[in-house]
Design a protein. Structure first.
Length: 241
């Protein structure tokens, strides 16, 4: 995809989201829905799907979603204060800088406490595919690859350490949420490659969601130079754990 086509695609997507927001329902009439899958597991696709189905949704918000959650907790406010009057669906709860990567999906217990009766969605994909997608992700803000940024955060020169850290975080997170939400009717876990995701979401919420709005939305676009840097990394190695 050339740069002009990529810009046009992003513009069309933005227009579509604006139109979707025009038909959004009143937030007070809708349940809170927390999408707690890691980035590169169709979080943008889910965000757009809910938006087009009339759910006011926020996705990542340039690190602000995750950092606001932490700041609210540190000041003994409800974890989503500042967001919860406007939005009902929350996704891509990650903050990354040159010094830290914080996955705010780890705060699911606080979300559940502060918003009783809310719904939790754990979206994932086959582990090796997920690792490869993160491996190929550019990080435009710092003009580096995602792997290079993670190596800096981990203070390592070995990219293998990055892959191992990602896999370890996922394994530990899955153990925690599956134990916490065991038997809950407010929790849904699915592989994003499954063909009936919209139907599963509808059944979870007890609300008819239009499956026509389900479709892949990629966010891994990189320019020529960045693509070359990503290619120079070679294929993503398998995790050692």
């Amino acid at each position: 995809m050339n740069r002009k086509s990529a810009i046009m695609k992003r513009w069309k997507r933005k227009v579509s989201r604006v139109l979707g927001a025009c038909i959004a329902r009143e937030p007070s009439d809708l349940p809170f829905v927390f999408i707690i899958g890691f980035n590169k597991t169709a979080t943008t696709t889910l965000h757009v799907f809910f938006e087009k189905n009339g759910f006011p949704s926020v996705h990542w918000d340039g690190n602000r979603l995750a950092t606001t959650m932490v700041e609210n907790c540190l000041h003994d406010r409800r974890i989503l204060s500042g967001y919860d009057r406007t939005y009902r669906v929350f996704s891509d709860m990650i903050a990354q800088t040159l010094r830290i990567r914080f996955e705010a999906n780890s705060l699911f217990r606080i979300l559940d406490t502060d918003y009783p009766g809310s719904y939790f969605i754990y979206n994932h994909r086959p582990t090796e595919d997920w690792l490869a997608s993160r491996w190929k992700k550019p990080f435009g803000k710092y003009k580096c690859t995602n792997v290079e940024l993670e190596m800096r955060i981990l203070n390592t020169k070995d990219p293998q350490d990055v892959v191992d850290a990602w896999k370890k975080a996922r394994v530990n997170f899955e153990q925690e949420i599956r134990k916490y939400f065991a038997g809950s009717t407010r929790f849904l876990e699915f592989d994003i490659t499954e063909p009936d995701v919209p139907q599963k979401l509808s059944r979870l919420l007890g609300i008819d969601l239009d499956p026509v709005h389900w479709g892949h939305h990629t966010t891994n676009w990189a320019g020529e130079q960045m693509s070359a840097r990503i290619a120079a990394l070679g294929p993503c190695p398998p995790a050692r754990i």
